[in-house]
Ligand binder design. Structure first.
Ligand code: SF4
Length: 525
């Protein structure tokens, strides 16, 4: 196993460069040659610690990162494999993880993944059996098994995070999930793409504030008008290019040569700013033809790295009414974050339903309550025969269907998502926090619907319960309970809350990296 990337990023003296490569939809020919050529030149150049290979970006089929990554790996270049939750269930994912371990490719960037795109014969089935937190935990636990079997090297896993969210709820959802990912074993982080230095600064400040010691790479990109336009339209989930930046880029590229020079200069300046702000390195994207452009970005960065403060005003592309967790802009040191200063109205339906459901949950679904043994006895009686199970089905399902769009998963997780259903409400079934694709509070997949985590934040904030967004973590759905009564499963100790599996045990004792409610600057709404 090559350890170049791991050694470099764990060395605080090093400034790490990684390069994102995107394989095509062929197993041989030009697209493979291009990716291999870039990787070979990056290796010869010597400044790139690893190339990262995307996993069916945009949900569209492409050559497996494991296959082309292995070929790159064998020329001596270290590789980070992207591993998403979209295309395989947990069985396939575990098998893939073992395969990666066997061939020595253990740098893994764990991602929820873009939603399913079009493949053979139409759109693919979205799987999302695990989310990025539970996949991290799975890799950590497999890593321990591998160690016990005699391989001393576990996986070196990382996560993505985006400070470039427009609303407070989305920002908090990102930061809370980052803390879960770190608790789940993430050892490095890579940001999404954005052009707002104040937001980059915010992420570093929040990590310090939450005591999350995770080396982080900031994304820089060779921004062409085409890429800028697609990102501006929200078609690259998580990447933010504002209207003003798009206009600037289009103007610069009226003359192609001038446009490319400006794009290289922007990437180099952003790299210098990120270094100045305390990022451990940069993750370069948008290099699709040859390595020479990435080389030019790095050459220019080396020339201007000490002038980074001069470039700060060049990365001032805020989103309209965008939220900032810190009052001060860089280079001032981040003080305490200010959350909850501009409370947004909680919709009437959430204001009414949330306290009602929370109260009902506390009364009927509390294993510590004195009534719990009574419910367990009733549950046992009902569970004994068809008639009892039919009765509970008729009592439970219609009400949960109307209130939550319940899909009878049998392993209810509403209490972890502000009493919203991650099965019916989130196309990626996220149980541990938002994916990176929400935009202005709306869902990546259904842009006419609000992201459930944006809604959950409002509900929780209205009761001063934000910490619940990162308390412990939530194990994956137990598919063996599909189409059964979640009420019976809860009281009879069959669901994830009582489950004795390794991952459930880990989730119960995982500590939240957000400060405690008393210490936290989070103001109650
Ligand atoms: S509801 Fe939120 S977390 Fe789920 S897919 Fe949409 S944006 Fe992502």
């Amino acid at each position: 196993m090559l350890r170049v990337f791991q050694t470099d990023i764990l060395d605080p003296e090093q400034f790490v460069v990684t390069l994102e490569l995107v394989p095509g939809r062929e197993s041989t020919g030009r697209s493979v040659d291009t990716v291999m050529g870039i990787a070979r030149d990056a290796f010869a150049d010597g400044r790139v610690s690893a190339v990262s290979i995307t996993d069916n970006p945009g949900g569209n089929p492409a050559l497996s990162p494991d296959a082309i990554g292995y070929r790159i790996f064998s020329i001596g270049m270290d590789v980070i494999v992207h591993f998403t939750c979209r295309d395989m269930n947990r069985v396939g994912m575990e098998s893939r993880a073992l395969q990666l371990a066997m061939i020595g490719m253990k740098n893994i960037l764990v991602l929820t993944g873009d939603y399913s795109g079009k493949g053979f014969g139409g759109q693919g089935a979205p799987v999302f059996d695990l989310d990025s937190v539970t996949l991290q935990i799975m890799l950590m636990l497999i890593g321990k098994r591998i160690n016990a079997a005699g391989d001393p090297d576990g996986y070196f896993t990382g996560c993505a995070v985006s400070p470039f969210k427009q609303t407070e709820g989305e920002c908090l959802a990102q930061y809370a999930k980052m803390s879960r990912k770190v608790a789940a074993g993430a050892q490095f982080a890579i940001t999404q793409l954005g052009y707002d230095a104040r937001k980059f600064h915010e992420l570093i400040g929040i990590q310090r504030h939450m005591n999350l010691q995770i080396p982080t790479l900031g994304s820089v990109y060779l921004l062409t008008p085409n890429a800028a336009r697609i990102m501006n339209q929200g078609r690259v989930p998580g990447a933010v290019v504002t209207d003003r930046l798009l206009n600037t880029v289009v103007r610069e590229w009226q003359d192609k040569k001038n446009g490319k020079t400006a794009a290289i200069e922007r990437a180099a300046r952003l790299g210098a700013v990120l270094k100045g702000l305390g990022y451990r390195g940069i993750h370069i994207g948008g290099i699709h033809r040859d390595f020479s452009t990435a080389g030019m970005i790095l050459d220019r960065m080396a020339q201007i790295k000490d002038d980074w403060q001069e470039f700060l005003p060049r990365f001032n592309y805020p989103q309209p009414d965008g939220f900032y967790a810190f009052r001060e802009a860089p280079p001032n040191p981040a003080a305490s974050p200010v959350f909850g200063q501009h409370p947004q109205p909680v919709p009437v339906v959430d204001r009414v339903l949330y306290p009602l459901m929370r109260h009902a949950h506390d009364v009927f679904f509390n294993l510590d309550s004195p009534a719990a043994p009574v419910f367990r006895t009733i549950g046992r009686t009902l569970d004994r025969g068809m008639a009892g199970r039919l009765f509970i089905h008729l009592a439970e399902h219609p009400i949960k269907r109307v209130l939550l769009g319940c899909q009878r998963c049998g392993d209810c997780a509403i209490q972890h998502v502000g009493f919203l259903c991650p099965e019916s409400g989130c196309p990626k079934h996220t149980r541990n926090g938002a994916c990176g694709g929400s935009r202005h509070g709306m869902c990546e997949v259904n842009p006419d619907r609000r992201c459930i985590w944006f809604r959950a934040h409002k509900r929780l904030a209205s009761k001063g319960k934000i910490k619940e967004m990162c308390d412990g973590c939530v194990p994956p759905r137990m598919w063996e309970l599909n189409n059964t009564s979640s009420w019976l499963n809860f009281h009879l100790g069959r669901d994830h809350q009582s489950n004795g599996s390794e991952i459930a045990g880990f989730c119960r004792q995982a500590t939240c990296r957000l400060l405690t409610e008393e210490e936290s600057p989070v103001t109650k709404y």
